[in-house]
Design a protein around this ligand. Structure first.
Ligand code: RAM
Length: 521
C-alpha cells in the first residue's frame, strides 16, 4: 500500500502536537556578590562575597550610578523580577534602570559598547528600562539565561532614591530534574560531570531542544543529535525529540537538503544555513529515536525524508567513491578553522548510510541492497585512498593532512574492523595527543566516544575528566559552546562574551558515562 505523503504543514502540525508544557519554579534569595578583576580567573573576572546581605537590602537607598549583583547560585533559564519602591522626597522623575544578565562573571566585567564580534550584539543579555510609577513589582518580560544579574540605577533624581527587595527568578524548562537518575559512581569528578551535563541539557530543553538558551535559542540538527542521546539516559522526554524530528522533516528543501537549523520562536522558519553532515544527522536522530521508542508511525512518516536526505548526499560521491562535498554545502565537524574536513565528511557519510541501512531493513525497502553496496564501496575507497599505510593514519584533503577528526569519524563509522580501530586510535593517541586545533565540546564528544568504541576506555575517561573537568575547574555551572584548553578565551565569533556558556552539544558526559562506563559494571 502506498504510504501517505505528508506536506510541510502536516509535519509542522504533528510537531505542534508534541509541544511541551514548560515546567516553572521560583528561585528566591540570591546572594549579593561583587565582581573582581582577576587575570588568573576565566576570562579575567571572578565573583567574591559581598558584605551586603539580602536582609539589609530593603533599607538600602540606591541613587544614580549605584549597582548591585545578585548570584542565584547556579545557572538557570527564566524570568527575573524584583520589587521596587521610592524613598525620600516625592518621585519627581521616572526611574531608569539597566540590567545585565550573565552566565559567567566576565559578562558583567565587559563593556558591552566595545563589543566587536562577528554576530549581533543584540544577543548580549541586557535591558534598559524606564519605570514611571513606584512602588512596582517588576517582572521582566524577556527570558534570560544566567546565574548573575547586575542591576544598575542609571538615574532617579536628586530628590529621591529607589529601594530594591525580593529579587527572584522564575525558571523554565520542558523537564524537571527530579525525574533523573544520577550515575551510580563513587568517583566525585564523574558525579560532577554527570550533574553538570544534566543541568546543561535541562536548561537547553525548552520549547525545542535549543542549542543554547542565551544564544542562538534555536533548534540545530547537530546539537539535537547529541541532546537526544543524552535525553535517552536522563529525562527520556521522547515527545520533544519527536517534535524536533518533525520540525526538520517539514523543513526539507525541494532539492532534498535538510537545513542545519530551524527557528521556532513564534513562527516555524527553516534557516538558510546548510551543512552536509547536519543534514545526514536527521537519519541518525531518527534511527536512535526509533530504537528507543519503536514508534512505527513516526518511522513511516519520517523515513521518506531520511531517504531523500541520504539520496541527495550520495549524489556528491565521485567515480572513485570519494565524497566531494560542494562549497555551498560544507561539512561542519567543528568550529576549527585549521583542520581539513574532507575525510571526516566521507566517514560521516558512511556512518549515516549505515544507520539508514538499519532503517531500510526495518522498512523492508526494496532498494536496500543498493545502499548496502554503496556503503561497502565508500568504505573500501576510504581505506584505499584515504588511509596512509606508512603513517597508519587517515589523511585528509589535497595536502594529505593528518588530523584527529578524520581518525575519530572513521572509527565511529566502523570502516575498519575492531582490531584495526583499536590500532588506529593507539597511533592517534601517540601522534595526535594532546589534541590541538579542536575547539568545541561537540568534537571532543566524538573523540571520547571513538576512544571508547576502539577499546581505549581508560584514555576516554581521562579525556572526559581533563576536558570537561577543566571547564568545571574554571567555574562552569553548565558546559560551554566552545572550549579550547590551549586558548581559554577562544570564540568562534571573535569575542568570548558572545559565546554561550550553557550549550546543548556539550551535555554528553552523562550519555558517555551511562553508555560506556556504567553499563560495563
Ligand atoms: C552555532 C551554535 C550551534 C551549532 C552551530 C554550528 O551557531 O553553536 O550549536 O550547531 O554553530
Amino acid at each position: 500500500m502506498a504510504e501517505k505523503i505528508l506536506s510541510a504543514q502536516d509535519y509542522f502540525a504533528i510537531a505542534e502536537e508534541n509541544k511541551p508544557q514548560l515546567e516553572t519554579n521560583v528561585i528566591n534569595e540570591p546572594k549579593i556578590v561583587q565582581l573582581e578583576a582577576d587575570p588568573a580567573a576565566f576570562c579575567g573576572y571572578r565573583m567574591i562575597a559581598s558584605r551586603s546581605t539580602l536582609k539589609d537590602l530593603p533599607k538600602h537607598d540606591f541613587n544614580k550610578g549605584d549597582k548591585i549583583i545578585f548570584d542565584f547560585g547556579n545557572h538557570y533559564v527564566g524570568h527575573f523580577g524584583l520589587d521596587l519602591v521610592d524613598h525620600g522626597n516625592p518621585m519627581d522623575s521616572p526611574l531608569f534602570l539597566h540590567f545585565k544578565f550573565a552566565e559567567i562573571p566576565a559578562e558583567l566585567g565587559f563593556d558591552n559598547s566595545k563589543y566587536e564580534g562577528m554576530i549581533s550584539s543584540s544577543w548580549i543579555q541586557e535591558e534598559y528600562l524606564h519605570i514611571d510609577q513606584l512602588p512596582c513589582k517588576l517582572e521582566l518580560p524577556r527570558r534570560y539565561s544566567f546565574r548573575y544579574v547586575e542591576v544598575e540605577v542609571m538615574d532617579t533624581s536628586s530628590q529621591w532614591s529607589v529601594r530594591l527587595s525580593n529579587p527572584h527568578l522564575k525558571t523554565q524548562s520542558a523537564v524537571s530534574t527530579q525525574k533523573v537518575q544520577t550515575v551510580p559512581t563513587d568517583d566525585k569528578l564523574l558525579q560532577k560531570l554527570d550533574e553538570v551535563s544534566v543541568k546543561t541539557l535541562r536548561d537547553c530543553m525548552q520549547d525545542v531542544f535549543e542549542d543554547g538558551p542565551k544564544r542562538d535559542q534555536r533548534l540545530w540538527l547537530g546539537d539535537l543529535r547529541l541532546e537526544a542521546l543524552a535525553n535517552n539516559v536522563t529525562f527520556k522526554d521522547y515527545s520533544l525529540t519527536k517534535r524536533c524530528l518533525y520540525l526538520f522533516a517539514g523543513s526539507i528543501t525541494e532539492d532534498d537538503r535538510i537545513p542545519a537549523d530551524v527557528f521556532t520562536n513564534g513562527r516555524i522558519v527553516p534557516d538558510t544555513i546548510f551543512f552536509f553532515d547536519y543534514s545526514l544527522f536527521f537519519i541518525s536522530v531518527l534511527n536512535n529515536y526509533f530504537h528507543e521508542t519503536a514508534d512505527w508511525q513516526a518511522l513511516d512518516d519520517l523515513y521518506p525524508i531520511a531517504k531523500r536526505a541520504i539520496n541527495k548526499a550520495l549524489t556528491f560521491v565521485n567515480p572513485q567513491k570519494i565524497l566531494v562535498a560542494p562549497d555551498d554545502w560544507r561539512v561542519f565537524v567543528d568550529w576549527s578553522q585549521v583542520i581539513d574536513k574532507n575525510t571526516a565528511g566521507q566517514a560521516i557519510l558512511i556512518y549515516a548510510l549505515k544507520q539508514f541501512i538499519e532503517l531500510a531493513k526495518i522498512k523492508s525497502d526494496p532498494d536496500l541492497s543498493g545502499y548496502e553496496r554503496q556503503a561497502d564501496e565508500l568504505s573500501a575507497s576510504a581505506v584505499k585512498y584515504l588511509f596512509d599505510p606508512q603513517q597508519q593514519l587517515f589523511i585528509s584533503g589535497p595536502k594529505q593532512e593528518v588530523n584527529i577528526a578524520s581518525q575519530v569519524w572513521m572509527v565511529l563509522a566502523h570502516v575498519l574492523n575492531d582490531k584495526d580501530n583499536e590500532a588506529l586510535m593507539s597511533v592517534a593517541l601517540k601522534e595526535l595527543f594532546p589534541i590541538k586545533g579542536i575547539v568545541t565540546p561537540y568534537m571532543y564528544h566524538h573523540i571520547v566516544q571513538a576512544l571508547f568504541e576502539a577499546n581505549h576506555a581508560q584514555e576516554a575517561i581521562d579525556l572526559l575528566k581533563s576536558y570537561w573537568g577543566k571547564m568545571i575547574e574554571l567555574g562552569a555551572d553548565t558546559f560551554w559552546e566552545a572550549f579550547d584548553p590551549n586558548d581559554l578565551e577562544f570564540s568562534p565569533y571573535g569575542s568570548p562574551i558572545i559565546n554561550s556558556y550553557c550549550h546543548a552539544w556539550s551535555c554528553t558526559p552523562t550519555y558517555l558515562l551511562h553508555k560506556y562506563v556504567l553499563s560495563e559494571k
